[in-house]
Design a protein around this ligand. Sequence first.
Ligand code: UDP
Length: 324
Amino acid sequence: MRLLIPGGAGYIGSHMVRYAQERGHDCVVLDDFSTGHEWAVKDCEILRVNLLDHDRLSQLLKGRHFDGVIHFAAKSLVGESVKKPDLYYRNNVAGTLNLVHMMRSNDVNNLVFSSTAAIFGNPVTDRIAEDHPKNPINPYGQSKLMVEHMLRDICSANDFNATCLRYFNAAGAHESGEIGEVHDPETHLIPNVLKAALSNKSSLKIFGDDYPTPDGTCIRDYVHVTDLAQAHLLGFERMQKNKGFSAFNLGNGDGFSVLEVIKGCECIANNEIQFQVDARRNGDSAVLVADNELGLRELNWNPEYRDINDIIKSAWYWHNSEKC
Ligand code: UDP
């Protein structure tokens, strides 16, 4: 297949490209490199453009055929979205609308969309299934939910197929050690904890220890980035038979607190990790854990990294690699 991958130079996108290439698919990466990295993509054509640049986008894609699009290009930080909501609505909502417009005018009708567990807001059940109420508590989650609604309507009105994949917490790195998570600034828990393990002077902060959880810290469901890539390709294949709109929750179905993650990292790094407790971060839910039954069944998804320690080990391997 020939796939267009907007955001293919970013963390999850670059693992998607690698995964698809390893299975013989031809990928074209579209990225503005605002947060992506050129070193993270190899052996494919790169289109350097921002999705908001309608004219250039149209010029670059005109007349080109793709079997489908797997779309990762978005702003994705909860804290930043609370401070700069306009940036999130513009990039994530208007950018995706431009992309869909361009797809439809080029007769490309299959889209897999990066959504997020942040669309659910504060959970009202222990594990979050696809039909859980959707009440995002930050502009990031809100922007992704808006896109889901937009795609559902576009699928109903047209010959267009969209699969939304709502990630819980993406983590880990490609087994080669050639690509992995690098954000500047890094805001995600596992890379921050592992960086603290590697440095003499830790500046690790825990955002809140007074949540209504057993140890007071937030609980998240960590899912390996290569397992996410697998689900995207499966979602794409499923769409060939199941037309229209679908959505799946992608997590491992187990929750780990911030303190449990730190303990796991200490074991793997064989080092004590110092941290300070800071105030809660705006927009954080106390607990986010997936009910992944539907995705496992409908997508035939078979995650390889089901144990949090294997996910941390793969991130640790990346953090110790030359490329990181
Ligand atoms: N977190 C933390 N210290 C950090 C980074 C994250 O305590 O340096 C917490 C954060 O408040 C949340 C959890 O770790 O409860 C996971 O945060 P992350 O940013 O990795 O992912 P998110 O859940 O926001 O998508």
